[in-house]
Design a binder for this molecule. Structure first.
Ligand code: AMP
Ligand code: MN
Length: 269
C-alpha cells in the first residue's frame, strides 16, 4: 500500500498532464492517489479514467489556497468533493488569482520589470490557476525562484499582494458544501511555530491533517499524530508530487513515516 493524497498536474503548477501523473504514480507503486490541483478540479476526470486503466484508486480532490492569521497562504485539501458542486468555487478562486496577479504585476512594473499580466498568463500555459511562480518566470526569474520570491513575492516583500478570499473557515465550509472532507495540508510547511500549528488545528475543526509529508521532521510528525489522536482527526500523507524535475517535490514515496504509523484515507461522507 502506498497512499499519496496530493499531486499536481498542468491544471495548476505541476509538470505533467493528469493521466501522466497517474502513470508515474502507478510506476512508483502508488495504490491510492489524489490529484489535488490548486483551486482546480478540471484534471480529476482524466485522472480517474487513467486510474481505472492502471489500477490506481483515485480520490477526487482539490487543494484550496486560503488565508489565516498564522499563514498568508494556507492550504486545505478537499477530498471526495462533488466536481460539479466545487466548480464555481474553483472558478471564483481562479478569478481572484488573476486579479491578484494583475496587482502583483503592476507592483513589479513599478520596480522596473517589463512584464504584463498577459505575459504571466502565457507563462501559466494551460493552467487554470495562475500563481506567483508563473509571475516570477514572466518577470525573468529562472532556475531557483527562491531569491526572486524572497525579494519580491513573499509576505512583507516589495511586490507582495495578499490573497483576500477565502479564509480558512470559509474554505472548509465550501469543501463541505460540495460534499467533501476538509484536511489541513502540510501544516509545518506553512507555519513553523508548534504553538501556532497546535492552535490552528484545534480551532479550525477540519476533518483531518496531512501528517506525513516530506518536509515534516520526526518531532513535527509526532505532534501532528498526537493531535489527530486526541481530536479524532484522520492523519493523511503525501509527497506532493509536482513532476519529474520539480525542485522540491519530484518523487512519489518521498514522505517518511518514521515508523510512527501510516497515513489513512478519509472515508467518503
Ligand atoms: P500562489 O499560489 O500564488 O500563492 O503561489 C504559491 C506557490 O509559490 C507555492 O506553491 C510555491 O510553489 C511557490 N512559493 C511560495 N513561496 C516560495 C518561496 N519562498 N520560494 C520559491 N517558491 C515559493
Ligand atoms: Mn500545498
Amino acid at each position: 500500500m502506498l497512499i499519496e493524497l496530493q499531486s499536481h498536474s498542468t491544471h495548476s503548477d505541476g509538470q505533467l498532464a493528469p493521466a501522466d501523473v497517474v502513470a508515474e504514480a502507478a510506476k512508483a507503486g502508488v495504490t491510492t492517489l489524489a490529484l489535488s490541483d490548486h483551486d482546480a478540479v478540471a484534471g480529476v476526470a482524466e485522472a480517474m479514467a487513467a486510474g481505472q486503466e492502471l489500477g490506481v484508486e483515485i480520490v477526487p480532490a482539490v487543494e484550496m489556497s486560503c488565508v489565516h492569521e498564522y499563514a498568508e497562504d494556507l492550504h486545505i485539501c478537499g477530498y471526495w468533493v462533488d466536481l460539479e458542486k466545487i466548480e464555481p468555487t474553483c472558478e471564483r478562486a481562479q478569478q481572484e488569482r488573476r486579479n491578484r496577479a494583475g496587482e502583483i504585476v503592476d507592483n513589479l512594473r513599478g520596480f522596473g520589470f517589463d512584464l504584463t499580466l498577459e505575459d504571466a498568463i502565457r507563462e501559466a500555459g494551460g493552467a487554470d490557476s495562475i500563481g506567483r511562480p508563473h509571475i516570477a518566470k514572466a518577470a525573468g526569474a529562472t532556475g531557483d525562484l527562491g531569491p526572486f520570491f524572497e525579494e519580491y513575492l513573499v509576505p512583507g516583500a516589495k511586490a507582495f499582494v495578499p490573497r483576500r478570499w477565502p479564509n480558512a473557515e470559509e474554505a472548509i465550509g465550501l469543501i463541505r458544501e460540495a460534499g467533501g472532507v476538509a484536511v489541513i495540508a502540510h501544516p509545518y510547511w506553512d507555519i513553523s511555530a508548534p504553538g501556532e500549528v497546535d492552535d490552528l488545528i484545534r480551532s479550525l475543526g477540519a476533518d483531518g491533517v496531512e501528517t506525513f509529508y516530506p518536509t515534516h521532521s520526526r518531532e513535527q510528525t509526532v505532534h501532528l499524530l498526537e493531535l489527530c489522536d486526541e481530536l479524532g482527526l484522520v492523519p493523511t500523507g503525501s509527497s506532493d508530487y509536482h513532476g519529474p524535475t520539480h525542485k522540491t517535490f519530484a518523487k512519489f514515496g518521498a514522505y517518511d513515516t518514521y515508523g510512527l504509523g501510516e497515513p489513512r484515507v478519509p472515508a467518503k461522507p
